[in-house]
Design a protein around this ligand. Structure first.
Ligand code: NAD
Ligand code: WQD
Length: 337
């Protein structure tokens, strides 16, 4: 009896594999290392058990996916595997649709064939674009602004359609901005090349490997003019998956989208200040043009996460910065690839 974690060598998947193990689940990870490395699996095993099952496979390979279900007694799936770089999705849309939608379809078919009826799916706050009302609730209109975002919308739609007619129940977690790292300092985010996201860049500037942080605009309609996001600690986020699987095990039916955030926003300038306090390092920055496609501000309504999943974020921005910094200092080059 095991939970299949697709993309479990990645940033959020690796933390969730540990959380699932800690909650008493057996775990099988499948990953093709498209954006991760075997060292992440080693790190998960070091925090859990040396015999944690890992299969190197591309989820677009239907036969390989089927074999995973034949060789392991899977009771539920947490599906992380996807490409996630927004700008790359604009230049390579078909690669994004193929991987993100194709891998989901392969996993769904294998689940149905093998009578596995519990799915937790990685979705994203990107499905809301710039919300008109804040905090943004799950019933807000969806309007993703990038091919990446649309792969998430299409995936939610596919899951809902399948749940409507087949014995499948799903929780689709709409993550806000995951940051931080495991408290051990041995698991964390290891972006390929130049990071796309704010916090890895802030850590590189604090650590001295990057000169100056570009702040994308200080003329938004926010308190200090910089963009506001709902940053959520990756360990809290991992726990939300455990909670979602418990709800599904309790007999929940259908497909439900749930926001996963803290419920409050932090501006870019506030985050830089928190990182400065925690690291004790100067974080030089320069305000530059707005980044095309950015929303001004978004943060989550978290009532459903609390009422439906019984989950609430426990960790604040300082703890997120502290844990991300520890990971960065102890692994300045990330995992060795
Ligand atoms: P990540 O890139 O670190 O992890 C994704 C993992 O999936 C990687 O290890 C990659 O190698 C693997 N993978 C991709 N395609 C695969 C395939 N075809 N077969 C097998 N493995 C494959 O990303 P992450 O930050 O951990 O994100 C996990 C999920 O959460 C993704 O679905 C992402 O879209 C979603 N999400 C992420 C964020 C974020 O800011 N990190 C926010 C919202 C939603
Ligand atoms: C955060 C804030 C930037 C870099 C992205 C995806 C979204 C979701 C989460 C997957 C913004 C500002 C950033 C920099 C800056 N991922 N910034 N200087 O854009 O909220 O969301 O990750 O689903 O889909 O779009 O995250 O970390 O890139 O930016 O000023 O060098 O930091 O403008 O206000 P974002 P981010």
């Amino acid at each position: 009896m095991a939970v299949l974690v697709t993309g479990g060598a990645g940033y959020i998947g690796s933390h969730t594999a540990v959380a699932l193990h800690d909650a008493g689940h057996e775990v099988v990870i499948v990953d093709n290392f498209a954006n991760s490395s075997p060292a992440a699996v080693d790190a998960v095993r070091a925090l859990t058990t040396e015999d944690l099952a890992f299969v190197e496979a591309d989820l677009l390979d239907d036969d390989a996916v089927r074999r995973v279900f034949e060789q392991h007694e899977i009771t539920g799936v947490v599906h992380f595997a996807a490409h996630k770089a927004v700008a790359e999705s604009v230049s390579e849309p078909s690669r994004y649709y193929r991987n993100n939608v194709g891998s989901l379809l392969g996993v769904l078919d294998a689940m149905l064939e093998h009578g596995v009826d519990r799915l937790v799916h990685s979705s994203s706050c990107t499905v809301y674009g710039q919300p008109e009302v804040l905090p943004v609730s799950e019933s807000a209109p969806v309007r993703a602004a990038s091919p990446y975002g649309r792969t998430k919308l299409v995936s939610e739609q596919i899951i809902s359609d399948v749940c409507a007619v087949r014995p499948l129940a799903a929780v689709m977690l709409r993550y806000f901005n995951p940051v931080g790292a495991h408290g051990s300092g041995t698991l964390g985010e290891d972006p390929n090349g130049i990071p796309n996201n704010l916090v890895p860049l802030v850590m590189q500037v604090a650590g001295g490997s990057r000169g100056k942080l570009p702040v994308f605009g200080d003329d938004y309609d926010t308190a200090d003019g910089s963009g506001v996001r709902d940053y959520v600690h990756v360990v809290d986020l991992a726990d939300a998956h455990v909670a979602a699987l418990e709800v599904l095990a309790g007999g929940h039916e259908g497909a439900t989208a749930v926001n996963v955030g803290t419920g409050s926003g932090t501006s870019v300038l506030e985050l830089i200040e928190a990182a400065r306090r925690v690291t004790g390092k100067a974080i030089p920055y320069e305000v530059v043009e707005r980044r095309p496609g950015d929303v001004a501000k978004t943060w989550a309504a978290v009532d459903l996460a609390h009422d439906f999943l019984g989950w609430r974020a426990k960790r604040g921005i300082e703890e997120m910065m502290r844990d991300h910094w520890r990971w960065h200092c102890e692994n300045p080059g990330g995992y060795r690839r």
